[in-house]
Design a binder for this molecule. Structure first.
Ligand SMILES: [Fe+2]
Length: 251
């Protein structure tokens, strides 16, 4: 299984999953059709699946054009606001790409029916806006407990899984992580490495899940350093999560 990283708009990532020239392909969160069409032609692969993590416009805008010009199915969450979806999928289902199976994971919080797609054999996780390199998506409404549960679910996957997220907010996220936990050299080293990549114009994805478990504050809500930064006394990990997420919103 191979993954091409495409960039779109100011900070969106789009992913093409394929198995080499001549294979079928899937695209994750096509916010634009043009870069996807270019990549498909260059790779010599055939688009069969479009995978949508959630309905926000900056994840789906390429769908109508891709759907009109390729014989593909659009697979996404059962959200009434998700236009163009042919097949609704929910937590626990799987999507068969032929060369790999993707497990559908329900990870609500950023939106009510947000999905992640996980390839166990390919050791790759597509998180949309649920989890980012060094961070997590904004929580709309009051779904902090849902979002914390979703992040714990992603955190439970094996360390050697690579994380492919929906946006490049990596530098800003790790700056916030370092602000919360300034004495942690794992965090400051990760920030330096990501700044370096960003300066060179290299994508900041994928990130290893083991690194995320160590440096992403939103996965570390039971860690004394994060609890202390959150200023939540004797609170639950969920309360710590809500406190640092709200802090990040204002940061
Ligand atoms: Fe979003």
């Amino acid at each position: 299984m191979e993954i091409e990283i495409l960039t779109a708009w100011s900070d969106n990532y789009i992913y093409v999953i394929h198995n080499g020239t001549g294979s079928s392909a899937a695209v994750v969160d096509p916010s634009m059709a043009a870069p996807v069409n270019n990549a498909l032609a260059e790779l010599g692969v055939t688009l069969t699946h479009v995978l949508i993590t959630h309905y926000h416009a900056d994840h789906i805008e390429g769908c109508p054009e891709l759907r009109a010009s390729h014989s593909c199915r659009v697979i996404g969450p059962p959200e009434s606001r998700t236009p163009y979806v042919d097949n609704f999928v929910t937590d626990g289902e799987s999507v068969d790409l032929g060369f790999t199976q993707l497990r559908v994971m329900g990870v609500p919080g950023h939106t009510e029916n947000h999905l992640a797609f996980y390839s166990e054999s390919g050791k790759a996780l597509f998180t949309g806006d649920a989890m980012f390199v060094g961070g997590c998506g904004r929580v709309f409404g009051d779904s902090y407990s849902q979002m914390w549960a979703s992040l714990k679910k992603l955190r439970a996957l094996p360390d050697d899984v690579r994380v492919y997220c929906g946006h490049d907010y990596s530098v800003e996220n790790l700056e916030f992580a370092a602000h919360l936990d300034p004495a942690n050299s794992d965090v400051t080293d990760a920030l330096a490495a990501i700044r370096d990549k960003s300066r060179q114009g290299i994508p900041t994805v994928p990130s290893l899940l083991s690194t995320e478990k160590t440096v992403n504050p939103f996965l570390r809500c039971e860690d004394p350093a994060i609890i202390s930064a959150a200023g939540v006394r004797a609170g639950t990990a969920e309360a710590v999560f809500a406190a640092i997420r709200k802090m990040k919103d204002r940061w």
